[in-house]
Design a protein around this ligand. Structure first.
Ligand code: CA
Length: 237
């Protein structure tokens, strides 16, 4: 069955071009030209992915993103008019999974969409049932895609969840941004380091500053530093 993509964009020329290209790639596409209708349609039609313009009449893209994510975890690719607007939006941590600045090429759009779809498929492929515990306070139920902090459920976006699991599966290992882009986002070209940083910030905001460690000049890690860098309590040998 074709994947369903909802495009919420009020500029008809962009919306039509995006829809035409995605349909030619085999996707089932619906269009929505304002925020309220976009939220309604997402609720009724249950798309696999939402492409969402930031500047919309009615409800703006930020509010649309919040409302869509409130009902159901669905990947959101946010379209913005400028790079600085993207910085602003990632700072607000509204829960979009990826960002694309206008003007963009249709080729790039399709690449981003396919990367997000690959991630959905990889997750649906099924992993063995398991729970990962981090620092005794964070419990990750991998199958239910549920995270608890001190017993309370914490709402993470699909991307934040995938990033957390990627790091938590190999505690102590340092991941470069490029590695995380491949593992979590499915990118192959190494671009998008800012996307990684913004999602790490979101994880720290939701789960505590200490949860993800920055390894300067290298990347990120979860869990304790190796003993030689961090002389902590010594275990008897
Ligand atoms: Ca617009």
């Amino acid at each position: 069955m074709a994947r369903k993509i909802l495009v919420v964009e009020d500029e008809a020329t962009i919306a039509d071009a995006v829809a035409a290209r995605l349909r030619s790639e085999g996707f089932d596409v619906q269009l929505s030209a304002d925020g309220l209708d976009g939220v309604e349609r997402a609720r009724r039609w249950e798309p696999d992915l939402v492409i969402l313009d930031l500047m919309l009449p009615g409800l703006d893209g930020l509010e649309v993103c919040r409302q869509i994510q409130k009902d159901r975890h669905v990947p959101v690719l946010m379209l913005t008019a400028r790079d600085d607007e993207t910085d602003l939006v990632v700072g607000l941590a509204v829960g979009a999974d990826d960002y694309l600045t206008k003007p963009f090429s249709m080729r790039e759009l399709v690449a981003r969409v396919q990367a997000l779809i690959r991630r959905i498929d990889a997750l649906a492929g099924g992993r063995p049932a398991r729970t990962i515990t981090v620092d005794e306070s964070i419990q990750i139920d991998v199958d239910a895609r549920r995270v608890r902090l001190d017993g309370e459920i914490v709402h993470l976006t699909p991307t934040e969840f995938d990033l957390l699991v990627s790091l938590a599966e190999r505690p102590g290992r340092v991941f470069t941004r490029e590695r995380l882009l491949v593992d979590v986002w499915g990118y192959r070209d190494g671009s998008g380091a800012r996307t990684v940083d913004s999602h790490v910030r979101a994880l720290r905001r939701k789960l505590g500053d200490g949860v993800v460690r920055t390894v300067h000049g290298v990347g990120y890690a979860l869990g304790a530093e190796p003993a030689e860098d961090n002389p902590g309590p010594q275990h008897p040998s």
